[in-house]
Design a protein around this ligand. Sequence first.
Ligand code: ATP
Ligand code: MG
Length: 567
Amino acid sequence: MDDETKEKIRKLALQNALDHGKTQDKIVLAKVLGQESHLRAHVKEIMPIISEIVASVNKMSASQIRKEVEQNFADLLEEKPKHEEQQGLPPLEGAEHGKVITRFPPEPNGYPHIGHAKAAIIDEEYARMYGGKLILRFDDTNPEAERLEYYAAIKVGLDWLGVRYDVVKNTSDDIEILYKKGKEMLEGGFAYVCTCKQETISANRREMKACKCSLGEQVQNFDRWEKMFSKYKQGDAIVRFRGDMKSENTVMRDPVMFRIIETKHPLLGDKYRVYPSYDFAVAIEDSIDGVTHAFRTKEYELRNELYYSILEALKMRKPKVIEFSRLGFEGMPVSKRILRPLIEEGKVSGYDDPRLPTLEALRRRGIRPDAIRKFVLSLGFTKADTQAPFETLESFNRKIVDGESIRLHMIKNPKVIDVSGLPKTITMHNHPTKDLGTRIVELGQSLLVEEDDLARAKPEDTIRFMGLGNIKITRNDSALEGQYTGDDLRQDIPKIHWLSENTAQRLKILVPSILFHGEEFNENSLEELNVFTEPYYNQLKEGAEIQFVRFGYCRKDSQLQAIYTHK
Ligand code: ATP
Ligand code: MG
């Protein structure tokens, strides 16, 4: 383990301890892997080092921690910009109007989520800002993880977000071109075929030792390259970039350019078995696609050196690579590694479970695409990791849905009140200020109210029943009774919502909350409320946003179920 990595681990552990008093192995590991994706293959090796560092940091007092941070990592103490600040996107370096080409390159290995939304929106905004083009490119060169349904799901997600792309393509469309470029790398001596075992390759990388395969003659490389397409099995051989085994940047220690994957590809079927690595494919594709500005998340930063080295070797045009931070919500995982098991174990219902930050789930929950765009742009273009509060997204959403949401009454814990003198029908406004129409409400002799609302009401008290009028309580002991006294507006009395008992109907409301507290799964993350509401609910379209008066905004999920959006 190099000192630089150890120092990074120490910095992350100190930062975590600075924020939370103590730190933990698992948290530090997650942060390290988030920043240094190349270490994902070396968890076993770094874990003991992390444990050692965490133990030593946890022995320190708060002031010792602060002192070490001030001395060595003063950047951690800088003020972070506020989320609410409207920062917008800064101008793009080297951008010429009409010539900017960006791309959004999802791997079709999962459902699109809020992080993808950030990437796609930024890619699109810049393309539009400079009158350029956006390419949607499915980065599909690992058939083990990719499935046809995900190509479709990603398009559906982007359409819903309102992200319009000018070109759609797949990296796999260009596989023959990628082979040609691979061969050029071999011809130029920029790459070689390695037949060592995975353990040997890892050990050599750690020990910064050149592999004997890198010393072989050209003809050996061409012979082996041919065999990758026929004789060799998966794991027998890989093409490696001739980087620098002594480089401080571990990415440069002769990384993989091609490997054999004997799995059916969702689009290509069994036709091919040699697939380019992410690093090779992304560099070549960005270059031939004419991409001028290539955005990716900052954990790829160490891969930039490799990206440019590949293009340099092949004398190909170099796009400008720019990093931004990953976006996520506290306690709402986006990573497939975490999501898949949750779904498989039935802890969430599927990719559209309203507790998740997938686009499908956010849509079902009542979050609007425009709110997501405003939210993403409000965060601006920082490199610091953004664990944005979900409430910031909610406040953008509230501004959009408020004017469109029909106000309905809903009762959770009903109590019956018999009322004399009620009119037979009344007309209620669907929105206090916007013209969203009216509804006719039929009244019988009894109403339902929220138990708590009238628990302390005494005979002679007058209560305002919203939209209906004033009711004087005449009895509140074993039974609750009242008398309708007309519709004069009075400001000085309590206001409550209510339902007509004979038309009230059952509804289930799902109330999602945060899925994880720290590392721990929140068993109570989905509350089910069995409530009553007005029959007018049935007439609303599925997907309609409603405000249940004195409760909050909800989206109609079905005739029987609504999902709580936010306050
Ligand atoms: P994962 O596989 O962990 O979900 P990924 O980065 O491998 O994440 P891709 O499908 O390859 O997912 O991502 C497509 C694009 O979206 C990439 O440019 C990537 O940088 C970006 N992206 C993915 N996740 C996030 C995120 N949380 N925040 C911002 N951008 C993201
Ligand atoms: Mg990926």
